[in-house]
Design a protein around this ligand. Structure first.
Ligand SMILES: Cc1cc2nc3c(=O)[nH]c(=O)nc-3n(C[C@H](O)[C@H](O)[C@H](O)COP(=O)(O)OP(=O)(O)OC[C@H]3O[C@@H](n4cnc5c(N)ncnc54)[C@H](O)[C@@H]3O)c2cc1C
Length: 600
């Protein structure tokens, strides 16, 4: 088990020095909050994570849930944890005072998610899913549904889930076939099956509340015919919980994040599965997407959290493992040096640091946009909404994809020991592999970015983002060591803009297939430029902080580390856009023309 799994100093830096989140308290909605209250929340989260999550990290991996007699038995700690999450107000933290919450900004809520995820990702998803499901009822459900379900969910007594996926409807949710037949009562009768439902059943809690997509009988085909329902595992009848005809047909065995089960559910085998409509008929997917956008930031944050734990495990090891001698001295009579002295090991560490702290800062910034959108009006509201909407596919997929590479780099730092179960990085590598898959695969995020977000409102979101990026460029002082980076970054934006124009022109030329064929590569390109921006911003704040002559040695090292990592990102990561550029401006139809038979 790693001794350190995150850097509290970096959380402070991003929240208070870069984003200055205490200014949120200027808005009436957040007026009771301050730097002190935010820090208290984060400190309490860290204490809970240290005491109740981290100690079970390995055990939950080695003793995964068991499926027996139609039930999924999870680690006994989950029951206690959900009680702690409920009593501590962690599940309801973002909701309003009237709803029993703390009106905590998402930017702080997502930090809490980061802390819990870094300590033990499997154990962190139970409350995360419950918050998401309860918030859907809160935002779109009837008063009756709110009264019946939300308190139990916020208290951690009932589990919440998102039940979308079916065997034939994964990425393509328009193909959902689960049907809901209206009755003369206040409920529908549901029939169908769902697969891969996280925490979809477990004996840790009394009940499971599924927020489920289904098609009302005779509804139009496609996305416009999908509605959202509350489908409880057990429903209340005369004050008693009775079975609601939701059968757990099995549990899937996964490669990682084994402490949390994913269930195969069958509804309506006895024609008695009652479902309660949330909001209006046929609007289910749009409701679900509102929550999914928040969940996508959550997935990005979970990926960074696991990557962070792997990074600190590998850093600790690199500082303690003697092996080999410096490049400049091969004298075998000299003692070995710790591997952190080897430039290649430092490169692997810097790679992790650059990706993790860059992704973390982007996610914090996106979360802040969500908070600002909530409390702003008029043009500002639209601006934050558009920026968040545009950046969400990046904030989900870049950390997710890159965490697979960074956790792999963490393993590599440990050499042969990294491949062993005795060391933590191999678990982190397995645990994080889910992130490019769930909540919309990377391929789907690419299509979302290029096919929808770039073109929406006549490209207004992209214009706004480029404006924000240019503001950073203008703010680089003439004395800054980052001046050279400013020019490189300005050039990268120009290239991104040119590639975007090139690709969107293909729509006018009526070549939609060519336009979207390499959408994932466009997503990669956009992500790298975005993270370069985020790093430049961090570097400028660090440079300014270093002007203070009374800094402690630790602070000086921290800020110097930030500046060096800006240079690392610009030297090692940003140049990758050149190869992507080459590919994206080529109009050949290589992947389109490739015949399936050629792949045999
Ligand atoms: C551990 C785990 C937890 C999960 N938790 C939940 C949950 O709680 N609730 C829930 O509802 N679901 C959950 N899922 C399901 C998950 O969201 C889906 O697996 C995911 O959306 C992909 O769907 P699929 O598996 O059917 O793959 P497919 O959709 O078949 O995709 C296979 C591949 O084809 C690509 N592809 C598909 N369509 C296109 C396209 N149009 N264009 C380009 N490429 C395409 C994909 O990018 C992917 O690479 C979970 C899955 C796992 C493994």
């Amino acid at each position: 088990m790693p001794r350190q799994y995150l850097n509290p100093r970096n959380i402070q830096f991003i929240l208070h020095e870069v984003l200055e989140i205490s200014s949120l308290s200027n808005f009436a909605y957040y007026q009771d909050h301050s730097k002190e209250t935010f820090d208290m929340v984060l400190e309490a989260a860290k204490q809970l994570a240290d005491k109740h999550l981290l100690p079970y990290l390995t055990e939950m991996d080695r003793k995964p849930p068991q499926y027996e007699n139609g039930e999924i038995h999870v680690h006994p700690k989950i029951k206690e944890l959900m009680k702690l999450y409920g009593e501590g107000g962690w599940i309801s933290a973002s909701s309003t005072y009237e709803e029993g919450g703390q009106q905590l900004p998402l930017v702080v809520g997502n930090m809490v998610g980061f802390i819990f995820g870094a300590a033990n990702y499997s154990a962190s998803i139970f409350p995360f899913l419950t918050t998401g499901a309860a918030n859907l009822i809160r935002n779109f459900g009837s008063e009756e549904l709110k009264k019946q379900y939300i308190p139990k969910m916020y208290e951690g007594q009932w589990q919440g889930t998102m039940a979308l996926t079916e065997p034939q409807a994964g990425s393509s949710l328009s193909d959902v076939q689960t049907t809901a037949t209206p009755t003369e009562k206040d409920y529908y009768l549901v029939k169908g099956q769902k697969v891969f439902i996280s925490a979809g059943d477990h004996t840790g809690l009394d009940n499971v509340v599924h927020l489920m997509l289904a098609r009302i009988k005779d509804a139009p085909a496609g996305v416009k015919g999908i509605s959202l329902f509350v489908v409880p595992k057990k429903r209340l009848e005369n004050g008693q919980l009775v079975s609601n005809d939701v059968t757990t047909a099995g549990m899937f065995h996964k490669m990682g994040y084994k402490g949390a089960p994913i269930a195969h559910l069958i509804m309506g085998e006895k024609e008695e599965c009652r479902a309660y409509l949330v909001g209006e008929p046929h609007k289910g997917l749009s409701y679900m997407f509102q929550m999914m956008n928040e969940a996508r930031l959550g997935v990005g944050m979970s990926a960074v959290s696991i990557a962070s734990a792997a990074y600190y495990a590998s850093l600790e090891y690199a500082n303690e493992r003697p092996q080999g001698r410096p490049l400049s001295s091969k004298n075998p009579a000299l003692p070995q040096v710790n591997i952190i002295e080897h430039p290649d090991v430092r490169r692997m560490l810097l790679f992790q640091k650059a990706v993790i702290e860059g992704s973390f800062a982007l996610l914090a910034q996106c979360s802040l946009y969500a908070d600002l959108e909530r409390v702003s009006e008029g043009e500002d509201k639209e601006k934050y909404f558009l920026l968040l909407d545009l950046l969400t596919p990046i904030a989900k997929s870049y950390p997710s994809e890159m965490s697979v590479l960074t956790t792999s780099a963490a393993i590599q730092c440990l050499g042969g020991y990294g491949y062993l179960e005795d060391y933590a990085p191999e678990q982190f590598f397995r645990d994080t592999r889910i992130h490019p898959i769930h909540e919309g695969t990377t391929g789907i995020q690419g299509l979302d970015l290029l096919g929808r977000k770039i073109t929406m409102h006549n490209g207004k979101a992209l214009t706004l983002l480029i404006d924000e990026m240019r503001k950073t460029i203008v703010s680089v002082p003439h004395w800054s060591d980052l001046r050279i980076r400013k020019h490189e970054f300005a050039e990268a934006i120009q290239h991104l803009h040119a590639v975007t124009i090139h690709l969107t022109d293909l729509i006018k030329e009526n070549k939609p297939e060519v336009f979207l064929a390499d959408a994932t590569l466009y997503l990669d390109y956009f992500s790298i430029v975005t993270i370069a921006w985020i790093w430049l911003t961090q570097g400028l704040v660090a440079e300014k902080a270093l002007l203070n002559t009374e800094l402690s040695e630790d602070d000086k090292n921290f800020y110097q580390g930030k500046i060096l990592t800006v240079h690392y990102f610009f030297e090692y990561e940003l140049p990758k856009i050149q190869a992507l550029h080459h590919r994206l401006v080529s109009n050949d139809r290589l992947t389109i023309n490739m015949k399936s038979e050629y792949l045999n």
